[in-house]
Structures are given as C-alpha cells and as structure tokens.
Write a protein that binds this ligand. Structure first.
Ligand code: BGC
Length: 248
C-alpha cells in the first residue's frame, strides 16, 4: 500500500508518497512554506495543496509538532494555539476528503528510523531525539512506540528547560558555535540517558546531516551508542506514512 506522508513543521510543510513496505519515497518530496500565521485553516489548505500536487487519492499519514491523542492536538509550543483541542485528523479529512492519521512529529521520525533506518531490529529501549525549532522525542521499547513523551519540556538539573536551552532554533538565534551548542545538547542527552537508560539514541534534525555529524557527533556521549538519523529529513514523512498504514 502507498500512503502520502506529510511532515508539518514550523517553517515548511513537506510531503511525498511512500511505499510503506519498503519505506521508499515514490516521488520527489514537495515542500511549501508553512503559512504565517499557521492557523488550522491555513495549514489544512497547505495540506490540500500537497494532495493536489501529487494528484493523491489515498490515505494520509501526517507528522505534527504537538502532543496528539486519537487525532486531537493537545499542546502547541511551536504552532498556532488554535490547534489546542482540535481534532486534526477530522480537520484534514474534511478538507481533503481522504482518510488521515496524525501523530507527533518526533514519534513519526522515530517510527521511520525504527522501521527503515538506524533503529531497525534494535531490541530494548530506543530513543529518538529531534533538534529543530523545538526538541522532540520518540521512545520505543522493542520497536513499539510509547507515544507523546515530550522530553523537550523536561527541566534539566540546574533548572533550565531542555527546548529553550538546546533546540537548533536557539543555536541559530544566539549564534552559538558548534562546540558551545554541542555542550548544551550533551547536557540534555546526559539527562535523558540517566532517566531512561536507552540501548540506542538516534539524533535527527540538521545536525544529522553527514557533513555536520562528523564533527558534531563526537561532542556527544552516553552509556549507549548515539547515531544520526539515517533517513534525515524524510524520517517524519516515512514514519507518519508507515504508522498510518498500521491503523484502520
Ligand atoms: C513539541 C513536541 C514536538 C517538538 C518538535 C515541541 O515543542 O511540544 O510535540 O515533537 O517540539 O517539533
């Protein structure tokens, strides 16, 4: 089965049709700027543009930057507050006329990595951490997702909250050099390691690009291996599509 995977982010809304058996993209990814303000109505219209771009007439799997339970967005740290309490599955189904499943973006990226990337076949606890506009987390036990862990909002020892301390957006805003930024991310990683004792940590976002990871990766240590996301920017699209195919 093929599913149109869509990743809704703070700056871009990206999508591509995905072969959910292999995790392959069936066409070149398409990106539209996230409308500003990113109201539910404007975001739904952009999703419809993606559907039309691919002339799509099948299910949608959507990665969304919030806590999501049974299709309903429950938080909105980096998106329009009007999404809180909204049934996003229903909103997008009504706008596109297509069956839709929405899940948290970091959960989606983790699902992509666990099924088709660096987390394949790993037993035990796998933690996906995404460094972007926010900090997202996806937790897996023997390949099964524990959804909505929201570890970007954890208070670190010393009193700082992880996301406003070490999201990639903060690196850019404060013009931090990579070494200084690496030290911040290491504080976050060390605390997650202490709290969850994972068997593998997968880091996604811009730092996972091979040319960046070769320098950034060595700045991070934990009691388990730490690897970059192998699906890079496509992890959310692929994971959301796959996840949707596992649901009714
Ligand atoms: C949100 C999470 C999201 C993360 C990455 C956080 O601010 O609360 O739901 O996964 O940003 O987008």
């Amino acid at each position: 089965m093929n599913v149109l995977g869509i990743d809704i982010g703070g700056s871009g809304i990206k999508g591509a049709p995905v072969n959910v058996k292999t995790g392959e993209l069936l066409a070149k990814r398409k990106r539209f700027d996230t409308p500003q303000p990113a109201t539910p109505d404007a975001v739904a219209d952009t999703v419809l543009r993606l559907v039309r771009h691919f002339d799509w007439d099948g299910p949608l799997g959507v990665a969304f930057p919030a806590r999501v339970r049974r299709g309903v967005a429950e938080t909105a740290s980096n998106i329009d507050k009007a999404f809180i309490g909204l049934d996003v599955d229903k909103l997008l189904e009504e706008r596109t006329g297509l069956p839709t499943h929405v899940l948290n973006d970091a959960d989606a990226a983790g699902v992509g990595e666990v099924h088709f990337g660096g987390g394949q076949g790993v037993k035990g606890v796998v933690m996906m951490i995404t460094l972007g506009t926010g900090i997202g987390s996806g937790l897996f036990v023997d390949g099964h997702l524990v959804p909505n862990t929201e570890l970007g909002h954890v208070v670190l020892p010393g009193g700082k909250v992880a996301e406003p301390f070490a999201a990639d957006r903060v690196r850019k805003a404060e013009k931090l050099d990579w070494k200084t930024y690496g030290k911040r991310v290491q504080k976050v990683i060390a605390y997650y390691d202490f709290l969850f004792a994972p068997d593998l940590m997968i880091v996604g976002g811009g730092v996972s690009k091979p040319e960046r990871w070769s320098e950034f990766g060595p700045l991070l240590t934990a009691s388990c291996p730490i690897v970059p996301a192998t699906l890079k920017n496509d992890a959310g699209i692929i994971g959301a599509a796959y996840h949707s195919s596992t649901l009714k």
